[in-house]
Design a protein around this ligand. Structure first.
Ligand code: ZN
Length: 329
């Protein structure tokens, strides 16, 4: 009797031990599974945030005009029509365009096609500054007694304030290129566009005492990044009496392909001959050292071609990817 009770106790203890063991195993498996899930989630979240940052960076900095140039040159004959639709000169185009969403034609360019013996007016424009490169660009322009146009963004701090002032004092055209240059914020709604616009306009007025009359949309008026219809913003600028400029010649310094300074010069000189008025897109952001290196040889090459190099003013032929006049008030 005692034996069987002891046996029973032993067995039930063994059973409890087995159950405890199974429970322990299940708890450990759940624990490990939870840990793995948490680690995977953390890794995925980190990767998503990295990708978002990368996407923002790409949208802000890179374009694909080089690849498009090659393609459009192959597939389109060099007729008036192909120039009219200006497939070659879309820098700062968005990733959407890279994905094949097409390029918006330049609608007001036909009368700008140069005929033989026409004089060429060239407007050098620098976007995304001021930065440490801006001072060097200003020095080079000063050396050749030339004026250009700077489409600046909002940068706080004494060193930047000095650069905005220098641009104005040395006779260049100070123009706006948004305060934040953040596509997501800027183009979120008309309200956020207006906020950003007022911010850059007031800031530049406060720093330089100069009222800016010209604007360049980050990504151009034909960008496909904006969630809001660009015509809303265009109509707002029209109301404010602000003229926006896109470009019809691209140096290529915004593209993901790193052009050498020689290639940047070549890109510009080969394109400006097509137009009476060339609005040349360049960048003076922190990373654009090739642009600084290209500037002096570019000036020399342009001067040897006998072109006029001018700053944008009220007499400049307006180059717009979406014509302001096509937008109803
Ligand atoms: Zn820009």
């Amino acid at each position: 009797m005692e034996d069987s009770t002891a046996k029973g106790l032993k067995e039930s203890r063994k059973k409890r031990e087995r159950i405890a063991k199974v429970k322990g195993t299940i708890v450990s498996i759940i624990g490990i599974w939870l840990m793995i899930s948490i680690v995977i989630c953390a890794v995925l979240m980190w990767r998503v945030s990295r990708l978002e940052e990368k996407m923002d960076y790409l949208l802000d900095n890179f374009t694909v005009s080089g690849q498009m140039d090659a393609e459009s040159k192959q597939t389109l004959p060099n007729t008036d029509e192909s120039m009219y639709f200006n497939l070659e000169d879309t820098t700062e185009v968005s990733l959407m365009e890279e994905m094949g969403y097409g390029i918006v034609p330049v609608m007001n360019q036909k009368e700008n096609i140069a005929q033989e013996n026409d004089t060429h007016k060239v407007y050098l424009t620098f976007d995304d500054g001021p930065s440490s490169n801006t001072a060097q660009i200003l020095d080079i322009l000063k050396k050749y007694d030339l004026k250009a146009t700077f489409f600046v963004i909002g940068r706080e701090g004494e060193e930047y304030e000095e650069l905005y002032k220098r641009i104005v004092e040395e006779g260049h055209t100070l123009a706006m290129h948004s305060y934040t240059h953040k596509y997501k914020v800027l183009y979120e709604s008309l309200e956020s566009f207006v906020d950003d616009f007022s911010r850059i306009q007031n800031y530049l007025y406060k720093v330089t005492g100069k009222e800016c009359l010209y604007y360049r949309f980050p990504g151009g008026s034909s960008n496909h990044v904006s969630n809001t219809d660009m015509t809303e913003f265009i109509s707002y600028l029209n109301e404010q009496g602000i003229t926006y400029f896109d470009w019809n010649v691209s140096s290529g310094d915004a593209t993901s392909q790193a052009y050498t300074p020689e290639e940047l010069v070549q890109n510009v000189t080969s394109d400006i001959v097509k137009y009476k008025t060339s609005i040349v897109l360049m960048h003076d952001a922190e990373t654009k050292t090739s642009t600084v290196q290209a500037l002096e040889p570019m000036i020399l090459a342009l001067q040897s071609m006998g072109v006029e190099i001018l700053p944008i003013d009220e007499s400049t032929t307006v180059v717009q990817h979406i014509a302001a006049t096509s937008v109803e008030q």
